[in-house]
Ligand binder design. Structure first.
Ligand code: HEC
Length: 248
């Protein structure tokens, strides 16, 4: 009996530790989040994500803790590619990803200044971002003409509508009175649903990286550590066989 209590307490603690992140991510978002399933080790996806971010987001959002030359290095792109594909304003490689629009102008236009996105994947979670960018729907009562399922009353316009098309919200009630929400396409975009999901996943992947650039280095280092352990293990085995050979 005396040792039972600590064990019980430990299981509660463990359960709490496992559940806490889920609870905090879910908080505030009534709509169930879709899994982003992005992979920061996928360099091609990161490169596409950076391109999408520069083309579609940086008009309003900065990523002011990301330096262009660090980006080029981490994403394995050359300085030429960097200058031609990612830098449009008169930026220098050592500068950070700043937004062209002054913050108080955008606050005046949108009622809400677009936040810096460097760390947004850490504060909101990747699943939230993935769902947010896919769940804009037509709402004529809003100045932007759209609303969003995970950020009710969002003041961000649906900047990707030409790619995704436009959706409307459909609320269905089953026999037991449970409401379920789904989105239905009203105007087709230039991309198929799968293409659009991948497009968004690449941006989310990029934002996951900017939130913690060390992830990439850690992963690369991890492979070296594993390779070292393998080689070292092999040598220790050979050494052991050599030493014990004479003992038998
Ligand atoms: C035309 C300007 C504009 C563009 C372009 C734009 N956004 Fe926004 N974004 C906003 C504004 C304004 C907000 C603030 C919304 C709010 O809090 O109601 C915002 C908020 C956000 C948020 C925070 C949501 C939250 O939960 O607080 C994320 C994430 C985001 N934008 C991602 C993006 C991404 C990714 C792109 C590029 C695909 C993008 N935005 C392009 C204006 C823009």
């Amino acid at each position: 009996m005396p040792d039972k209590f600590p064990r019980l307490a430990a299981s509660f603690l463990l359960a709490a530790m496992i559940l806490t992140p889920q609870l905090s991510y879910g908080a505030g978002a009534g709509y169930p989040l879709d899994a982003a399933l992005n992979d920061v080790g996928n360099i091609a996806s990161l490169q596409r994500g950076a391109r999408n971010f520069v083309n579609y987001c940086m008009g309003c959002h900065s990523a002011q803790y990301v330096r262009f030359n660090r980006l080029a290095n981490d994403l394995q792109i050359t300085e030429d590619q960097l200058v031609n594909n990612l830098m449009f304003a008169a930026e220098k490689p050592h500068e950070t990803m700043q937004v062209a629009m002054p913050a108080d102008d955008s606050a005046r236009w949108f009622g809400q200044a677009p936040p810096d996105l460097t760390l947004i994947a850490r504060s909101r979670g990747t699943d939230y971002l993935y769902t947010f960018l896919r769940t804009f729907y037509v709402d004529d009562s809003k100045p932007t003409g759209v609303n969003n399922l995970v950020l009710e009353g969002a003041s961000m316009p649906h900047v990707l509508w030409e790619l995704q098309g436009m959706q409307r919200k459909v609320v269905e009630t089953d026999e037991e009175g449970h409401e379920s929400i789904r989105l239905e396409t009203v105007t087709e975009g230039s991309m198929s649903a799968d293409e659009y999901d991948q497009f968004v996943r690449d941006i989310v992947n990029f934002l996951d990286y900017t939130g913690e650039p060390m992830q990439l280095e850690r992963q690369r280092l991890g492979y070296w550590v594993l390779a070292f352990l393998l080689v070292f293990g092999l040598f220790s085995y050979l050494l052991k066989s050599e030493i014990w050979k004479d003992v038998k």
